[in-house]
Design a protein around this ligand. Sequence first.
Ligand code: TRP
Length: 344
Amino acid sequence: MHSTDELEKRVHEEPGRFRVLTGDRPTGRLHLGHYFGTLHNRVRLQDLGVETFVLIADYQVLTDRDIADDLTGHVEELVLDHLAVGIDPERSTIFAHSAVPALNQLLLPFLSLVSVAELGRNPTVKDEIAHSRQAAVSGLMFTYPVHQAADILFCKGNLVPVGQDQLPHLEITRTVARRFNERYGAGGPVFPVPEALLSTAPLLLGTDGTKMSKSRGNAVALAADADETARLVRGAKTDSRRRITYEPELRPEVSSLVLLAALCEGGDPWRVAEEIGDGGAAALKRRVTEAVNTRLAPIRARRAAYAEDRGLVRDVLKAGNERARAIAEATLKEVRAAMNADYH
Ligand code: TRP
């Protein structure tokens, strides 16, 4: 795999050579961790001229729960969050993988290319199984990284912006692409071997000092209003030292708040800490609240305007699904031809 720096350079030089596929499970409203971790980057790549596919991984929700609650609502929230941050449905494709039959059909030949032992070694899946609320490991949980390969390869995505935890999955996608090409690519490779574009964003903690997460109630949602934001930040965990500093190792909670203010302001965390200095936690929290609300104000305004019109959200998804379907069908056709199964 190429380094992030090298990939960034190539993307800037020739954005037209890349196709980005990235996505999320629809499990709730996106928050500031998503914004600085990935959303911001998706919009940046789109605006650089890279063709961008945003996947709503609705089948993947079923990996760790028996029933997906309010899936329709969550899917709509996800579309709204993307429109609000600046994903432009004229240039980018937002779609749900359950709406693209030919994408899902790729799963079958792909499954034949990986061994059960390989699937069992995936550290991210192992971790998810360890933390699962389900009594038994489902076949979907075990195989979802191969489904993810179908998500990426159906559109021949060659650049996948992800966090560290997704690297084992991308490795499986790369293996599937390589093996498919080796086994069936006599007439030329069918799939690109995609590259991971690792997020360089520093990690933000939730307001309780643990991992920021939708389900823990410790995250500021993009869609939250200014008061809700103020309340969450006011309740954030700090420590007993008055003077504010930026020392992520020694003072994770305080430093994460400083970092959040800096990210929102487009500034540098050491500087923010110094400016607050002996103002203490109260001044820090005021600064964070102000910074977050200012940064998110235009995003929230756009989101509210789009939310007025649920028909629009549906239309965006419908158009994205249609586009994804056409691409998936063309790829499936190629796959069948390469597999010498072209009798349909
Ligand atoms: N597994 C990803 C997550 O939980 C979501 C996802 C599904 C994805 N398919 C993908 C991400 C393909 C990147 C590419 O966040």
